[in-house]
Design a protein around this ligand. Structure first.
Ligand SMILES: O=C[C@H](O)COP(=O)(O)O
Length: 229
C-alpha cells in the first residue's frame, strides 16, 4: 500500500517529498480541485524521481473541458492525472473517461489515469464507485479511486464500511485496475486500510492535523509514512 499526500503549494510539497506519490491539488477549488500548471511544474522539479499526481477537478458531464485539463496536467509534468466524476450518468461517464484517457495516453502512453467517484455519492447524487469502475476499465484508465466529494470532515468510512471498500478494491483488481482510497482518512484508519489492501491511500487532512484547510505538517507526513510501511 502506497501513501499519496496532497500538498496545495510548492511550500507544502517540500514537506511531502518522502511520500510515495506527491499529489498536487487546490483544495479551495473542490475535493479534486486543480492547481496551476506552474505549480505542478515546480513540484515535479522538486520531486525528482518521485511520481507526481495532479487533480484536475470535480467534473460535470463535460468531456472537452476534462480532456483539455487532463492534457494540460500531463504536459505540466504530472505522472498521474486524476479526475472526479460529480454527475450520475453512465453514458456521460464513459464519454468523459474515454476523452481523458485519450488526452493523456495519446501523447504520454506511460502516464497513469485515475478516475475518482465519491464515497458520499448518495448525498451528492453522483455516480457510485462500483458503477464507475467497469466503465473506467473499459475506457483504458489505470486506477479507480474513492474520495469524499463534500469536504465537511465526514470520512469515507462514514459512507462505506470496510466490506464495501474491500469489495470495491477486489472488483477493481478483477477488472485490471488499481485502487486508491481517500476521504478524510485518519491515522487510526491505517490498520483497517492495510486489511482492505488498496494499492494507494490518499491523505491531506490527516497530515494537516485534522483540518485540510491548514498547512501540511512535516512531522505528520513522517508519522503517516511510518504507519503505512
Ligand atoms: O487525494 C486525496 C485527498 O487529498 C484526500 O484529502 P483529505 O484526506 O483531506 O480528505
Amino acid at each position: 500500500m502506497k501513501l499519496l499526500v496532497s500538498p496545495s503549494s510548492i511550500e507544502e510539497a517540500k514537506f511531502c517529498l518522502d511520500a510515495d506519490i506527491i499529489d498536487v491539488k487546490r483544495p479551495a477549488e473542490g475535493s479534486l480541485g486543480a492547481n496551476f500548471p506552474w505549480v505542478i511544474r515546480e513540484i515535479k522539479k522538486l520531486a525528482g524521481n518521485k511520481p507526481v499526481s495532479a487533480a484536475i477537478g470535480d467534473y460535470g458531464p463535460t468531456p472537452g473541458n476534462a480532456a483539455l485539463a487532463a492534457y494540460g496536467a500531463a504536459c505540466a509534468g504530472a505522472d498521474f492525472v486524476k479526475i472526479g466524476l460529480m454527475f450520475n450518468d453512465k453514458t456521460a461517464a464513459h464519454e468523459v473517461i474515454e476523452s481523458v484517457v485519450r488526452a493523456v495516453k495519446e501523447p504520454f502512453p506511460e502516464k497513469t489515469v485515475v478516475i475518482a467517484a465519491y464515497s458520499d455519492y448518495v448525498r451528492l447524487g453522483s455516480i457510485a464507485p462500483h458503477i464507475m469502475s467497469p466503465i473506467a476499465a473499459k475506457c483504458g484508465a489505470d486506477f479507480a479511486m474513492i474520495d469524499t466529494g463534500a469536504k465537511d470532515g465526514k470520512s469515507t468510512f462514514e459512507f462505506m464500511n470496510k466490506e464495501a471498500l474491500k469489495a470495491f478494491t477486489e472488483q477493481n483488481r478483477s477488472l485490471g485496475l488499481g485502487t486508491a482510497l481517500a476521504g478524510s482518512l485518519k491515522f487510526e484508519d491505517i490498520p483497517v486500510l492495510k486489511e482492505i489492501n488498496p494499492e494507494i491511500i490518499g491523505v491531506r487532512g490527516m497530515v494537516c492535523g485534522g483540518d485540510r484547510t491548514t498547512m501540511v505538517k512535516a512531522e505528520l507526513v513522517t508519522k503517516a509514512i511510518q504507519m503505512v510501511r
